[in-house]
Design a binder for this molecule. Structure first.
Ligand SMILES: [Zn+2]
Ligand SMILES: [Zn+2]
Length: 441
């Protein structure tokens, strides 16, 4: 998850886990069902994998150790494994004993250039190089939890392979946070390399992201769940002159200020924001070398967030027109460049409806909630452009810490409450089983 913006766990945590989620199992999944029993059994392993991965985080496109851990585990379960997909990605195919459809489950594996500031005993001390800079490396977005939960779900599902109707494709993806400069990677490259194609082609995909919500809750939104993100660059060109006599030149600094202000008028006065939110932010502006020189050029960089393709197109046109015309009114020019970053993460409404009961079985009826759209983006969106998908959030706050007070994803204090991990394993497992068991028309 990209927003472009403590736990002293011991073995005791594992003991408390079964109490936590057997009580939250829901009426359809009484404690003692085969899935329950299997998740109870695998949970200590999930916690151990998560801590191991947390202590050995790897940056985007460098997930060598993590992907080996995943591949070895999948092979040990008798799952067909392909490695080296989109650099370090791992794809597993579990063929059930009964005929049926194909469902994909996805986890991301990469860590962030963040120096960890938690006091968990397995805190990362790892340092690495990111775009040439020496950085601390931390699983500050919870992808360690995603990977461990999917490894757990793979073990549970492999244990019931004989009765499985259809096939489960496990996608362990590198570089969700974006590859280093000059490299390609992430979901877009996995799709390009055919992860959603032969030999088995999924007709639906499911994924989970952890976030600082009430522990063990699952939050979802039909249709647009997370925003489309586009990177914006505007280069304003004027004519350099002395700062004391600006009329002898064309001042790109003042024109940039006018453009910045004018851009904010678009969402507030020109877009119908009752249908979907839209945001444009200029986060960087550079121009000039000293106070008494009007420079010849200013460069602004920003981000554009939208939820609907038509509104996005309209917004981009208006941004371009506004920047160009405002510049023209002063005799300057503005070059606008937009680079698509991620499409909208779209939850297929029918699939969402169909799988809600599975989520309720996983978390408990009162722990599955709808949510507001999230303006952050997620490269899971590249899969949902190809097949219908469902992407949900799993709350992992410390017990009793209100959502607004917990460290956000990407914070050096980001914290995962491991009591919520079995809920994620259950959600992945139930969604796969229920989707495959759904009568096909
Ligand atoms: Zn993230
Ligand atoms: Zn993330």
């Amino acid at each position: 998850m990209k927003l472009h913006k403590k736990f002293t766990a011991g073995l005791l945590a594992c003991v408390s886990l079964s109490q936590f989620w057997s009580g939250a199992a829901g009426a359809d999944a009484p404690a003692g069902s085969p899935v329950d029993a299997a998740v109870v059994k695998v949970t200590p392993k999930v916690v151990a994998w998560r801590r191991d991965i947390h202590q050995h985080p790897e940056l985007s496109n460098r997930e060598v150790r993590t992907s080996k851990l995943v591949a070895d585990h999948l092979r040990s379960l008798g799952i067909e494994v392909t490695t080296g997909v989109a650099h370090t990605g791992v794809v597993g195919i579990l063929r059930g004993g009964q005929p049926g459809r194909v469902v994909a489950l996805r986890a991301d594996m990469d860590a962030l250039p963040v120096t960890e500031q938690t006091d968990v005993p397995f805190a990362s001390k790892v340092r690495g190089k990111f775009n040439g800079q020496d950085v601390g490396v931390m699983h500050a977005c919870g992808h360690d939890a995603h990977t461990a939960m999917l490894m757990g779900a793979a073990e549970v599902l492999a244990g019931m392979r004989k009765d499985l109707h259809g096939t489960v494709k496990f996608i362990f993806q590198p570089a969700e946070e974006g590859p280093p400069t000059g490299e390609r990677g992430g979901a877009a490259l996995m799709v390009e390399e055919g992860v959603l194609g032969a030999p088995v082609q999924p007709s639906a995909i499911f994924g989970i992201h952890v976030w600082p919500g009430e522990p063990g809750t699952i939050s979802y939104r039909p249709r647009g769940q997370m925003a489309a993100a586009d990177s914006l660059t505007i280069v304003v060109k004027g004519v350099q002159t002395h700062g004391a006599q600006p009329w002898h030149g064309v001042d790109p600094v003042i024109v940039s200020a006018q453009i910045m202000t004018a851009l904010q008028v678009i969402p507030s006065r020109q877009l119908n924001i009752t249908s979907a939110p839209a945001v444009v932010t200029i986060g960087s502006i550079h121009g000039g070398v000293r106070g008494n020189i009007v420079p010849d050029q200013v460069e602004m960089k920003g981000t554009i967030r939208t939820f609907e393709p038509e509104m996005r197109e309209d917004f981009l046109k208006r941004i371009r027109r506004t920047a160009e015309m405002v510049a023209q009114s002063s005799g300057a020019t503005a070059e606008v460049t937009v680079e698509p970053y991620a499409p909208v993460t779209y939850n297929d409404p029918q699939l969402t409806n169909q799988l809600l009961p599975s989520l309720r079985r996983a978390a408990g009826d009162d722990k599955v909630r709808d949510m507001l759209p999230v303006m952050g983006s997620e490269d899971f969106s590249h899969y949902t452009r190809v097949v219908p998908g469902l992407y949900v959030f799993l709350g992992i706050n410390k017990e009793g810490v209100p959502t607004g007070q917990a460290a956000e994803n990407h914070s050096p204090q980001f914290y995962v409450n491991e009591d919520a991990l079995p809920v994620g394993v259950r959600a992945l497992t139930f969604v796969a089983l229920d989707y495959l068991n759904e009568p096909r028309s």
